[in-house]
Ligand binder design. Structure first.
Ligand code: ARG
Length: 466
């Protein structure tokens, strides 16, 4: 048995935990990251305790100064974390109490159960805001790449087969839309993270007349209308991790979006597509094949999606069998949350940096986009405009494509006479359909990849993201 006994055991226990128990139960090795928010929460708790008369003014000042000093030491890397004190909360409180006797009053009407719920909410609130900034950075990188190559047309794909021509910018803006929905989900999740649980105690609040509103106000737990946000059930407040799951879910979808973008980049950079070139600093080499330049940022971003999805599953599974209220299982929530946050923030930033250092191979794109087969639907539309039913037009153009294949000609090289062997509705203007510029100008529905519409969308995003 270890002789060192943490405060949580004093009185009730005769000795500290066995060394392997201490090692098994500690969380300081990962929850030290909550230190800033733990200190902030404690400072505000102390201010509230002073207001209700539990602390004198001098005690409050001593506690605040003590916490501030500890914070500076942690920031400077000079603070000695002690695993035998289990977690960040007890490490900071124990050190404070060693230095400031009034520190012993700080835990009045507070449990680590509401404290950890508070710390994680404060921490996550900040991380969401930072992540939203990172996502905006990636959106900007996509918009810039689209703007720099606003005249570039590429094949749009379905089933990874050439389908219809689109502006490269239109393809890139599809990701901007996806990322915008991620932002909306994260911001919505933020509103449920931004609720103050302090004052819930271990499970049942406190008999002391705490001022929960003051704490919440000082910590910024207010909604857009300025109303203070307090948890309304002490049992729910200490055992609720829904807000983390919501975040990890929104983050998993973000990771999936980034993974899809990564996949497009990986395809486009391959010799087979050759649409883009990533700057050397954002690619890696092979240890064996000297000629290789690999898109590892994109590959790792795609690969890391697995752990982000896994973290969501782990959290859901963690919660599913828990009886009310706090159970120590909940300590297992943090590593997943931290890992998800770190992973999505880094991949978002790195993908943005990579795109900023990516050049488009315009001649290759131009060549691929010039494939006239992709305008077969336009030819069917041409027949529809002449009064033919679409189903019939589809059949006729299918026969035209078969004829082109049989004669070994690209679709736009067939003569009017050849077209008319398939259907007499074709006239002189039929071959004009294959003018790519005109074809792109015609796609002017809202949300379509037409020349004017894409320019409008680029301008809208530029404005929205500035
Ligand atoms: N380190 C713990 C956690 O992360 C803090 C709460 C501990 N509460 C308790 N009653 N043991 O969940």
């Amino acid at each position: 048995m270890s002789k060192k006994s943490p405060v949580s055991r004093s009185g009730r226990f005769t000795d500290g935990p066995a060394a392997d128990v201490a090692q098994f139960t500690e969380s300081i090795s990962f929850d030290w990251r909550l230190w800033r928010h733990d200190i902030l929460g404690s400072m505000v708790h102390a201010a509230m305790l002073k207001k209700i008369g539990v602390l004198t003014r001098a005690e409050q000042i001593a506690i605040t100064r003590g916490l501030n000093k500890i914070g500076l030491e942690i920031r400077a890397g000079k603070f000695q974390w002690k695993p035998e004190l289990e977690d960040v909360h007890m490490n900071i409180e124990a050190e404070l109490t060693k230095r400031v006797p009034a520190g012993a009053k700080l835990h009045t009407a507070r449990s680590r159960n509401d404290q950890v719920a508070l710390d994680v909410r404060l921490w996550l609130r900040d991380e969401i805001v930072l992540l939203l900034g990172d996502i905006a950075g990636l959106q900007r990188a996509l918009v810039s790449l689209g703007e720099k190559n606003s005249d570039v047309i590429i094949p749009g794909y379905t089933h990874l087969q050439r389908a219809q021509p689109v502006y490269l910018a239109h393809h890139l803006l599809a990701y901007v839309e996806m990322l915008e929905r991620d932002c909306e989900r994260l911001w919505d999740c933020h509103s449920r993270v931004n609720v103050c649980p302090l004052g819930s105690g271990a499970i049942a609040g406190s008999t002391l007349p705490l001022d929960r509103k003051l704490v919440a106000k000082l910590l910024g737990f207010v909604n857009a209308s300025g109303e203070v946000q307090l948890t309304q059930n002490s049992m729910d407040a200490v055992s609720d991790r829904d807000f983390m799951i919501e975040f990890c879910s929104a983050a998993a979808l973000l990771a999936v979006h980034i993974s899809r973008l990564a996949e497009d980049v990986i395809l486009w950079v391959s010799a087979e597509f050759n649409y883009i070139k990533i700057a050397d600093a954002y690619t890696t080499g092979s240890s064996l094949m000297p000629q290789k330049k690999n898109p590892d940022i994109a590959e790792l971003s795609r690969g890391k999606t697995g752990r982000v999805v896994g973290n969501l599953m782990a959290l859901l599974t963690l919660l599913k069998g828990l009886p009310m209220t706090y159970n120590r299982d909940l300590q297992e929530d943090k590593e997943q949350l931290f890992d998800t946050t770190d992973t999505v923030r880094t991949t978002t930033r790195l993908m943005a940096a990579m795109l900023k250092n990516t050049k488009v191979n315009k001649p290759v794109c131009g060549c691929a986009a010039a494939d006239p087969a992709m305008l077969a639907t336009d030819l069917a539309d041409y027949l529809v405009k002449k009064g033919m039913a679409f189903r019939q037009a589809h059949h006729v153009v299918g026969a035209v494509v078969a004829l082109a294949e049989k004669t070994g000609k690209p679709l736009n090289q067939l003569t009017l006479a050849e077209l008319q062997t398939v259907d007499k509705t074709f006239s002189r203007d039929a071959l004009g359909v294959f003018n790519l510029k005109t074809a792109m100008a015609k796609r002017n529905l809202t949300g379509a990849p037409g020349t004017k519409e894409v320019a409008k969308q680029l301008a809208r995003w530029r404005e929205q993201l500035s």
